[in-house]
Design a protein around this ligand. Structure first.
Ligand SMILES: Cc1cc2nc3c(=O)[nH]c(=O)nc-3n(C[C@H](O)[C@H](O)[C@H](O)COP(=O)(O)OP(=O)(O)OC[C@H]3O[C@@H](n4cnc5c(N)ncnc54)[C@H](O)[C@@H]3O)c2cc1C
Length: 456
């Protein structure tokens, strides 16, 4: 045999041998079917975002059976999937005002990432704290890993890709029907905590919701690079891009190192998405697509400016982060006046600290800074839908007017609410009552036993 045909036949033989090793024959598979499952738990947390993760952790650590269902594929919500990786505000006027499980997760994340906490003792020369200096930069990827590990360690069942379609009362409490990827589940539980950010579970039950005619724009968060900073003619780049790119350090004559601005190591850019709404798959898809299209336009335009020719995307969040949709109409509605006066309630379960902070498309952010030594408070009643039983919410859908909500919605406050809701739900299960009838001191004591800070 000639040398060439010998090599060829050897090749054919060895390829055949490979194939037989890889291809071991087909078998007739069962058709794809939707799996039906029934589960029973004490506390069901709907939405595993900023507040929901902490609510579940508190309930699980208080010793009650806890399930968390999350429509997405990871924990953290706006903090991770949305890319808002700089939670705040845990400190005000030189002292810590929000602690507990949220603070534990945030600080563990910073420590395990080799990061550094900001200097919280800084109180700037005027009466307004530069709040962004007190936000904590976290590594979003690590945050999701730690959140999941902590939930697993607390015995919490996490169910991703799942959402409720119906919520009715049952003999023992609630019957929640859910759908997910290839799943239909019936979950019975004693207490529900709605942490969807949109009050979706509360709405399914039929509780009344609040929503303003105007809502703040959402933001799609990205990072870009590849531009030559020294070659940039900043005056040539349209003014309308300056805010969007400021955090990315591309725009701002004074910004030459990331340490100088915002929380260290969090350079990012964003495009606004007017009317962004994450209430259902259709609306959130639209918000995501609008954000992506806006970014593409920005990128293409930027590349026409000197120094930006090679600008490229380094990172893009998978979802447009949404600021405002629905809130519950609760047993108490926190007002703008309550917030800016720092009103302390008998049933306060957490502090909240941020300026009134309303984003407006095409206009500057409306901000009102709190006066010196003022720190706002959140009452448990604001987490309880009016005329409800065995149901709590936590996070940005807390019962509040629009201006109060623009400050209450920040992450540390959402975490504080999450912990309080988890504590109240767990105690209610243990005692067989509805959260609104619990002696408030018992809820407050449980929060404090898990490191939380109660306004007194
Ligand atoms: C662009 C932007 C910038 C911000 N900047 C800051 C800042 O600088 N500092 C700060 O502290 N805060 C900031 N915030 C505010 C803050 O991040 C959010 O308000 C807060 O994280 C909301 O927390 P949450 O738990 O209420 O909702 P989320 O964290 O959004 O969690 C809701 C979770 O519920 C899930 N979910 C929703 N619907 C369903 C459903 N039907 N079934 C199952 N799961 C569902 C979602 O997938 C998500 O995981 C910013 C917000 C935005 C959008």
């Amino acid at each position: 045999m000639e040398r060439r045909s010998l090599i060829k036949s050897l090749g054919a033989f060895s390829l055949g041998a490979w194939h037989s090793a890889l291809d071991q024959g087909e078998k007739l598979a069962d058709p794809y079917v939707v799996k039906h499952t029934k589960l029973d738990t004490d506390v069901l947390v709907v939405g595993g975002g900023t507040a929901g993760t902490i609510a579940a952790l508190q309930a699980g650590r208080a010793g009650v059976r806890t399930i968390i269902i999350e429509a997405g594929s990871q924990l953290g919500g706006t903090t991770t999937t949305g890319g808002v990786v700089f939670p705040g505000i845990f400190h005000a006027w030189g002292k810590q005002i929000i602690g507990g499980i949220g603070w534990e997760l945030v600080t563990d994340c910073v420590n395990e990432d080799g990061g550094e906490l900001p200097n919280f003792s800084i109180i700037p020369n005027n009466t307004t704290i530069r709040h962004w200096q007190h936000q904590v930069s976290v590594n979003g990827a690590l945050y999701t890993l730690l959140a999941e590990e902590k939930c697993t360690d607390a015995g919490i069942q996490i169910r991703y890709y799942e959402t409720p379609t119906q919520i009715t009362t049952s003999d023992t409490g609630w019957l929640v029907t859910t759908v997910g990827k290839g799943i239909e589940a019936e979950i019975t539980c004693k207490q529900i905590i709605d942490c969807t950010g949109n009050a979706s579970a509360a709405s399914l039950v039929g509780y009344k919701l609040l929503r303003d005619i105007d809502t703040q724009p959402g933001s799609l968060i990205f990072r870009i690079g590849g531009y030559e900073y020294d070659a940039l003619d900043l005056n040539q780049i349209p003014k309308k891009y300056h805010g969007m790119l400021r955090q990315n350090q591309i725009i701002s004559g004074k910004v030459t190192n990331p340490e100088g601005i915002f929380p260290a190591n969090v350079p990012y850019g964003y495009v606004y998405v007017p009317g962004a709404d994450s209430t259902n798959a259709e609306l959130h898809s639209q918000a995501n697509m609008q954000g992506r299209s806006n970014l593409l336009k920005l990128l293409r335009d930027l590349r026409t400016h000197p120094g930006c020719e090679k600008t490229r995307i380094l990172d893009l969040k998978t979802e447009t982060a949404v600021r405002e949709t629905y809130r519950i109409d609760g047993e108490y509605k926190v007002t703008h006046q309550d917030y800016v006066e720092g009103r302390v309630f008998e049933d306060s379960i957490s502090h909240s600290f941020y300026p009134i902070d309303l984003h407006r498309e095409g206009k500057s952010i409306y901000q009102e800074f709190l006066k010196e030594d003022v720190v706002a408070c959140i009452p448990l009643r604001a987490l309880i839908p009016r005329d409800s039983a065995n149901f709590l919410v936590a996070g940005r859908c807390v019962s509040s007017d629009r201006l109060a909500n623009s400050a209450l919605r920040v992450q540390a406050s959402c975490m504080g609410m999450g912990q309080a809701a988890g504590a109240a739900a767990a105690l209610a299960c243990i005692k067989g009552v509805t959260p609104g009838t619990l002696p408030i001191s018992e809820v407050q004591d449980l929060i404090e036993a898990h490191g939380g800070i109660i306004p007194r």
